[in-house]
Design a protein around this ligand. Structure first.
Ligand SMILES: [Fe+2]
Ligand SMILES: [Fe+2]
Length: 226
């Protein structure tokens, strides 16, 4: 095996360990990270962005790795967060970037550091427009799409129609309009199928399906006339 292939194989094993650590800490973030990776790949495929695909994939999978340093009671809190708790959450891109220093993933540190920037400069570090690395702008769109399409303890997932509408509204202010347009160049059926397959989302979907089924059975069992 050549040195490059060995490095690559070792890299993907290390990446797996990192995502498993994320999952051991927080099941939601692991599923979400994989979902962001899948959506990022779709954006890359449609947009042919001048960016290293493999590095972009690594950054998508590791973008929230800093959350392993966020205390569990803050990370999984259902109700609204205090200012102090928000400040802790806002540290996760910095923590993520720091965790990668001195490793083979060091060069994607900045992409992770800036994944919560906004086009209008109102993000975590105040970078705006093209000043935000392209990879971070791509991950931000995939991240938003994933967040909207994922079930959380405090709210259900958004429909694909609502997700498309919200992404269009955020284009230009929060998100890079060109990247949003690239993702939305896929048809609605494709976008709907780009779902999160984490255990939490699967369980919620099954529960919803069973509920809809039992409602249907109840309706069918009603007499047609009295
Ligand atoms: Fe994040
Ligand atoms: Fe995220």
């Amino acid at each position: 095996m050549s040195q490059t292939n060995m490095d690559r194989q070792q890299g993907s094993e290390i990446l797996k360990i990192c995502t498993n650590i994320i999952g051991a800490r927080d099941e939601y973030t692991q599923g979400h990270s994989h979902h962001v990776y899948v959506v990022t790949e779709a954006i890359f495929e449609a947009g042919h962005f001048p960016i290293d695909r493999e590095k972009l994939a690594h950054a998508a999978l590791l973008h929230d790795i800093g959350k392993i340093l966020v205390p569990e009671n803050v990370l999984n809190k259902d109700c609204s967060l205090s200012d102090e708790e928000w400040e802790i959450i806002r540290q996760h891109p910095v923590s993520g970037c720091n965790l990668l220093q001195g490793t083979m993933f060091e060069d994607i540190g900045d992409w992770i550091l800036y994944h919560h920037e906004r086009m209008d400069g109102k993000g975590y570090h105040g970078l705006s427009g093209d000043g935000i690395p392209l990879a971070s702008r791509i991950i931000a769109v995939a991240d938003t799409f994933s967040a909207l399409r994922t079930y959380r303890a405090y709210r259900p997932a958004k429909s694909i129609q609502d997700t498309i509408r919200i992404l269009k509204e955020a284009a230009g202010t929060q998100l890079d309009a060109n990247v949003v347009q690239t993702l939305l160049s896929y048809d609605e059926d494709f976008l709907e199928a780009l779902e999160c397959n984490c255990e939490i989302c699967k369980r919620r979907k099954e529960a919803e399906h069973e509920k809809a089924l039992s409602e249907k059975i109840n309706l069918q069992s009603l007499p047609l006339y009295r």
